[in-house]
Design a protein around this ligand. Structure first.
Ligand SMILES: NC(=O)c1ccc[n+]([C@@H]2O[C@H](COP(=O)([O-])OP(=O)(O)OC[C@H]3O[C@@H](n4cnc5c(N)ncnc54)[C@H](O)[C@@H]3O)[C@@H](O)[C@H]2O)c1
Length: 521
């Protein structure tokens, strides 16, 4: 009894091939006969041509058609639909040529026996044998080529990099968006954060299979060592962020923003980390009337900016053939995030316009570069994958030249989107003024901002109006106020003061990098 799977196998695999071979045999016969007619048409008159066509048609119908069944039978006995498929290399093609030639000869012999009286011109036979050979082998060669190509593109995709990306300080305003972007790209993400402002921004990610959380302080050597294990790249965002917040707790700012960066560099190098992306700030340019770019002198006028300059230097001097630091100097960020911040100028002014109907602009003619928080995250993600030969050891201003605005222009945009807002202008001693050129990141990495000021303000307005952000004055959204309320971030039990003191030393002279180097505001 024939087994059911065998029948199914024949119907699914052998039958389509058999039908294709029959079609090829008939096409070859028709082509050979047609070629003979075309050839002889020039040599004989019309009547003879018509007679030839009639004879060939008769031959095809009454000799070729019934005897063509010999081809699949001989093909099958030569293993065309079974063992041939297991052969490889030239032997495969020799088997095919041999089987097809045998089938053609057997057919000719049978045809000779059957229709001796009306034999077909020899030229047709001479043409048929190579044609049927070429076509039977040809379709298999083409099929094998197509299958090979498919195998290369679908069955052997490039190996997906599964070493995690460590995001230090990824639980904050910017990091919570970066983590989501990386996960959406199918990357593994490890987060090291002490969650100064709580876990809410990333809590929903804790159950994600590619997300791993280490709650710890980046000043704690054990936490950093275990977080760096097996990591491919690091995105370092952890900091006390903003001038007022750093002034609130200068000792912690120095440790977290500078000493911990230096310690992390050493641990990253020891663990074979390839890329180390560092979140610096355009505030390193300080006070400058000119359009500044990555070659311009830095002139930090706050402890916060000074810690960024010093961390940049530490990173750039640590570059090696296997360790690639990349510095991103961020423009002033705006927009809503999973951890909203309202100590940023655009966000604060938008909230004030909506809630109080009046905004105060200090030194309205000062220039600032701006960038939406989702564009910041996109910039980091791009630089993780950008060619190392281009980006290793480089500083990039992260922003877009179209988003340099004076504070008065920002106020005007907000007034347009929140009609009825009253704008008050005040002068104060804050002299931060910088217009920044972002050509380098656009030209070398192809980065341009997607979100404009209007769009970001409009989105924030909706979040505030719909109650997604119930109270913009909540200290949780203001770094300095929060730190003032919570007290110093130094926990003697967790932080080795001597390790921090050692890493807090300036790079070239053994002086702590603190207040002396940074002018107070
Ligand atoms: N937001 C901006 O306008 C802006 C502009 C320029 C540069 N930056 C830089 O971007 C980075 C991220 O800024 P953000 O706006 O997301 O700030 P954020 O305050 O929202 O986030 C900082 C994160 O670091 C964590 N953190 C702080 N101290 C830590 C410690 N000791 N150990 C481990 N984690 C710690 C906090 O818990 C928080 O999750 C910072 O380095 C900041 O200097 C931000």
């Amino acid at each position: 009894m024939i087994q059911k799977p065998m029948v199914e196998g024949f119907l699914r695999q052998a039958l389509p091939r058999l039908i294709a071979d029959m079609a090829v045999v008939h096409l070859s016969a028709l082509a050979s006969l047609a070629a003979v007619v075309l050839w002889q048409r020039n040599e004989v008159n019309q009547q003879d041509t018509a007679a030839l066509v009639g004879a060939l048609r008769h031959y095809y119908q009454f000799t070729f058609l019934p005897l063509s069944i010999l081809f699949p039978l001989i093909f099958a006995t030569n293993g065309f639909y079974t063992r041939y498929r297991t052969y490889s290399g030239t032997y495969k093609w020799i088997t095919l040529a041999k089987g097809t030639t045998i089938a053609s000869l057997v057919f000719l012999f049978a045809a000779f026996l059957l229709s001796r009286a009306q034999s077909v011109p020899r030229s047709a036979i001479l043409l048929f044998i190579p044609t049927v050979n070429a076509m039977v082998i040809g379709i298999r060669v083409v099929k094998a080529w197509l299958t090979d190509r498919k195998t290369v593109t679908t069955e052997a995709p490039p190996a997906v990099e599964r070493r995690p990306i460590l995001v230090v300080g990824g639980g904050g305003y910017i990091g919570s968006i970066i983590c989501r972007k990386l996960l959406a790209q199918g990357k593994r993400v490890r987060l090291l954060d002490s969650f100064v402002y709580g876990q809410d921004a990333v809590h929903d990610l804790f159950s994600h299979p590619d997300f791993e959380v280490i709650q710890g302080d980046c000043r704690n050597i054990q936490s950093v060592v275990s977080a760096m294990q097996g990591v491919k790249s690091v995105i370092h965002l952890a900091a006390i962020v903003g001038d007022p917040a750093c002034e609130q707790d200068r000792a912690s700012a120095l440790e977290i923003n500078f000493a911990a960066t230096r310690m992390m560099i050493e641990i990253a190098k020891g663990n074979g980390v390839e890329r180390f992306l560092f979140a610096s700030s355009c505030s390193v340019y300080g006070e400058n009337e000119e359009l500044v770019d990555e070659h311009s002198d830095t002139g930090p006028i706050s402890l916060y900016a000074q810690t960024k300059v010093d961390s940049e230097r530490a990173l750039l001097s640590s570059k090696s053939s296997s360790f690639h630091p990349i510095i991103l100097r961020l423009a002033t960020v705006f927009g809503n995030s999973y951890r909203p911040r309202f100590d940023l100028v655009v966000n604060l002014l938008t909230a004030k316009a909506l809630r109080e109907g009046v905004i105060t602009i200090y030194n309205g003619e000062q220039w600032r570069p701006f960038i939406h928080v989702t564009d910041v995250a996109e910039g980091f993600v791009r630089l993780l994958d950008a060619p190392l030969a281009t980006v290793s050891g480089q500083i990039y201003n992260l922003g877009d030249s179209r988003l340099n605005f004076t504070l008065s222009q920002v106020a005007e945009t907000i007034r347009t989107l929140v009609p009825g807002t009253r704008v008050e202008h005040v002068e104060n001693p804050d002299r931060r003024n910088y217009r920044v050129c972002f050509d380098k990141i656009r030209n070398e990495v192809g980065f341009a901002c997607e979100v404009g000021l209007e769009e970001g303000v409009a989105d924030l307005k909706i979040a505030l109006q719909t109650g997604r952000i119930p109270d913009y004055l909540d200290p949780l959204y203001h770094n300095q106020r929060f730190l003032k309320a919570s007290g110093p971030l130094t926990s003697p039990a967790e932080i080795d003061a001597q390790v921090m003191a050692a890493f807090a030393m300036a790079l070239s002279d053994p002086q702590p990098v603190s207040a002396g180097n940074a002018r107070r505001q």
